[in-house]
Every structure is written in structure tokens, then in C-alpha cells.
Ligand binder design. Structure first.
Ligand SMILES: Cc1cc2nc3c(=O)[nH]c(=O)nc-3n(C[C@H](O)[C@H](O)[C@H](O)COP(=O)(O)OP(=O)(O)OC[C@H]3O[C@@H](n4cnc5c(N)ncnc54)[C@H](O)[C@@H]3O)c2cc1C
Length: 394
């Protein structure tokens, strides 16, 4: 123990959101990531993809259907189980790319199929997705419509027995290898909030084309695709939810996506701070461990405070969300705060690692690049502030 410093025992009462079952899940995700993912992350980043088999492996372990009912092949868990999945993937070091690829499948593409799908859609899409046999993606963003989702232009013209779709999507996580795309389309000429629907597009459908795999700043092992649709014939039974009711689906999905991103940021910060404290105790300069310089100690204290504040805010919003409360404002605040905190913490951790932080082998420079997506994806910081401001009556 350091002279004059009394450290607490580290014992904490369990958070009321999580019981023994959740803690066991936390341990098994941690073990899986450390044993089967973390050792391969650098190679997969280099290859610009992780193996497709990772989905079936995750499905085999039950991780792709944690909150879905057993009748559909899921684990029958709750929102807190999926929360543990999002946080621990990041905390155990799965990398932003693997987290995004698996997370887009479990966190944003399959939930609308479960929440709004018919029994037939559950069988055709959700059941194989839970097994990791069919990979899912969510397609909302277009070259001309990102933050302003209501202005999408992909148009699904009504024909007998279904729709004919023309248009394009961009920045779609899993877009290159997805077997099906939960896709936002206009179903009225005018579009807008009241003219959006969701169709499930399947990659074998004639006219469905992956036009580009995009190169990115980070998340290298995840695929991010650009897609185009030319006269794609989509049968009636692939309409998800009600016609022209898609804006509600988008908003419901965003809340969950933003919470999952917040949990990922909390997990990522935990990992980075732990690694940085260990480094600061080992690395010596001017005859002492750098962690014993007051400046470094204070940086770590600030980062740990940001992480704890992020965790407290995230868990509180998650608890209220799971209780069915209307938490639009809180979700936007949580996403805004946690993503910014994670960018700042990652950058400070890199600084404490000095030149080694800039080198690839420590993984810190990758964390900085991966974290930078947080204030953009799932709705930008500016959009979050708009939501909060409007919710406050401005
Ligand atoms: C790696 C990656 C993965 C992604 N995965 C998916 C996916 O799987 N599916 C999907 O559908 N989308 C995905 N996206 C898209 C993502 O959700 C959008 O990039 C994001 O919503 C922002 O849209 P945009 O990029 O078009 O930016 P724009 O909307 O063009 O915004 C540009 C700038 O203008 C600001 N701005 C816009 N409107 C306002 C306003 N009203 N007030 C103030 N400022 C404003 C923005 O904050 C931003 O700073 C992904 C993006 C990336 C980069």
C-alpha cells in the first residue's frame, strides 16, 4: 500500500439491474472474448473482416438470442442480458469492429424483426439469425439522408402481391455479407414521417447489389457496405410492421441502439483505464513509475470519474427503459455523454502510453480510432442535443 493512502477493498453491492445469472453471463462472455476473439483481433483488422463463422459460434453459445424467447431458439432473457453482452464485448477487448459486426446483428437488425415481425418472419429470419446462420443488417442511411432520416428516397412502389424497390443505402454495418436487410423505404411518393415502411430485402433477390465495401478510419474488421436496389421485387410477406408505420419503428430501434452504444462505451472505458493504470505502474521515467507523477494520477482520476458517471447514467436510463418509461430525453443525454467521454478517455490513455500508445501493438491507437465513431453513429452529438433541447421545450 502507498504511504498515507488507504485503498478501499473494491467490494461493491451488485447493481439492482443485474442478478447472479447476469453476472455468470458476464463471466462467460469475458472468457469467450479473451480466449477466442482478442488474440485474433489484429489479424482480422488487417484482413478487414472477421470470419463469418464467428456468428455461428456466438449462436452456438447462445449469445445471439439472449433476450428472445426459447420458442424461437433464444435464451428467454431480458434487456439486462443484452446489456451485459454489449458492455462485456467491449470490456473484454473484442475490438470496435467485431463489436459492431455482432452488435448490428443482435442489437439493431434483429430487434425490429422480433418486435414487429409476423410468426412467419420470425421463422424465416429471426430463428436462423439467432443460430448465426443468416446474418442481418439494418439499412436506414442513404447517400442523401443520414441525420434527416425522414428524407430517405429509396422507394417501394406498390404492385400486386408486394413492392418493387429502387434506391440505395450507404454506411450499412454488415452490409456486404448480410443475408437479409431490414430496410427503410418510402411507400408514398412524398415519403416523410408518415410515408416510411420497412421491408426485409434478401440478398438473393434479383436487383439487390452490394456496390462497395467502404474503407474506414476504424472498426476495420467490420464490413460497412453500400447497396443499390434496381427493380427489386419484394413480396408482401416481407413487409415488417404496418405500411407507412416505419418511422415509429425507427425511433423505437434508435432508443435501444443508443443504449447499447452507451454500454459499449462504458465497457471500452473500463478496459482502457485498467490497461493504462497497469502501464503507468510499470513504465518508469525520471526514476519512478509514471503513475506516481501527480499529473498522471489526476488524469486517471478524471477518467475513472467519467467512466463511473457514464456507467451510472447508462444503468439508470437502462433501468427506466426496461421498466417501460418514456426515456427519449434520457437516452439522448446518455448517448451524448458516454460517447464523448469514451473519445476523451481513449485519447488520454494514448497520451499516458506516450510513443507506445501510438504504436499498433498496444491496441490503444485502435481504440482511439474506434471510439471516434461514437459521436457520429446511431445519431450524431448534434442530433442528440437537438432532441434534448426540444424535449426541454426549446
Ligand atoms: C461506420 C459506420 C457504420 C454505420 N452503420 C449504419 C448502419 O448499420 N445502418 C444505418 O442505417 N446507418 C449506419 N451508419 C450511418 C450513421 O447512422 C450516420 O452516419 C449518422 O446518422 C449521421 O448521418 P450522416 O453521416 O449522413 O451525417 P449528416 O446527417 O450529413 O450530418 C453531417 C453533420 O451535420 C450535422 N447536422 C445534421 N443535422 C443537423 C441539425 N439538425 N443540427 C445541427 N447539426 C446537424 C451532423 O451532426 C454532422 O455533424 C453508420 C455510419 C458509420 C460511419
Amino acid at each position: 500500500m502507498e504511504s498515507g493512502v488507504i485503498r478501499d477493498s473494491g467490494k461493491r453491492a451488485p447493481h439492482p439491474l443485474f442478478g447472479d445469472e447476469h453476472e455468470q453471463l458476464r463471466d462467460s462472455i469475458d472468457r469467450w472474448v479473451r480466449e477466442e476473439i482478442a488474440p485474433n483481433v489484429d489479424a482480422w483488422e488487417e484482413a478487414r473482416e472477421f470470419p463469418r463463422e464467428l456468428y455461428s459460434r456466438a449462436g452456438e453459445l447462445g449469445f445471439l438470442g439472449l433476450k428472445y424467447p426459447a420458442e424461437l431458439g433464444g435464451q428467454g432473457g431480458d434487456a439486462a442480458h443484452d446489456a451485459v453482452w454489449a458492455e462485456e464485448l467491449a470490456a473484454a477487448g473484442a475490438s470496435g469492429g467485431v463489436g459492431a459486426g455482432l452488435g448490428a446483428h443482435t442489437g439493431i437488425a434483429t430487434p425490429p424483426v422480433f418486435n414487429f415481425g409476423t410468426p412467419d418472419q420470425h421463422e424465416r429470419f429471426l430463428r436462423p439469425a439467432i443460430k448465426g446462420e443468416r446474418i442481418a443488417a439494418l439499412g436506414i442511411t442513404e447517400p442523401g439522408a443520414g441525420s434527416d432520416v425522414a428524407s430517405i428516397r429509396t422507394y417501394a412502389r406498390r404492385v400486386e402481391g408486394g413492392y418493387v424497390v429502387n434506391g440505395s443505402k450507404t454506411f450499412i454495418t454488415n452490409g456486404v455479407r448480410a443475408d437479409f436487410l431490414v430496410c427503410a423505404v418510402k411507400t408514398t411518393e412524398a415519403g416523410g414521417h408518415h410515408g416510411i415502411s420497412f421491408l426485409i430485402l434478401e440478398r438473393e433477390m434479383p436487383g439487390y447489389e452490394v456496390t462497395r465495401k467502404l474503407e474506414k478510419m476504424g472498426w476495420h474488421s467490420s464490413d460497412t457496405g453500400e447497396l443499390s436496389f434496381t427493380d427489386v421485387e419484394v413480396p408482401e410477406e416481407n413487409l415488417l410492421g404496418s405500411e407507412n408505420g416505419g418511422f415509429h419503428l425507427i425511433m423505437a430501434n434508435f432508443a435501444w441502439e443508443r443504449l447499447l452504444m452507451s454500454l459499449g462505451a462504458v465497457g471500452g472505458m473500463r478496459r482502457l483505464i485498467d490497461a493504462t493504470v497497469s502501464y503507468a505502474l510499470e513504465r518508469e521515467a525520471f526514476g519512478r513509475a509514471i503513475g506516481h507523477f501527480q499529473v498522471i494520477r489526476h488524469k486517471v482520476a478524471e477518467m475513472a470519474t467519467k467512466m463511473e458517471a457514464s456507467r451510472a447514467l447508462t444503468y439508470q436510463t437502462l433501468r427506466r427503459y426496461a421498466a417501460g418509461e418514456d426515456v427519449i430525453r434520457e437516452v439522448a443525454m446518455t448517448k451524448l455523454f458516454t460517447q464523448r467521454a469514451c473519445v476523451e478517455v481513449a485519447d488520454e490513455c494514448l497520451q499516458i502510453h506516450g510513443g507506445y500508445g501510438y504504436m499498433r501493438e498496444y491496441g490503444i491507437e485502435r481504440a482511439v480510432r474506434d471510439a471516434r465513431l461514437g459521436p457520429i453513429g446511431g445519431g450524431t452529438d448534434e442530433v442528440m442535443k437537438e432532441i434534448v433541447g426540444k424535449q426541454l421545450g426549446l
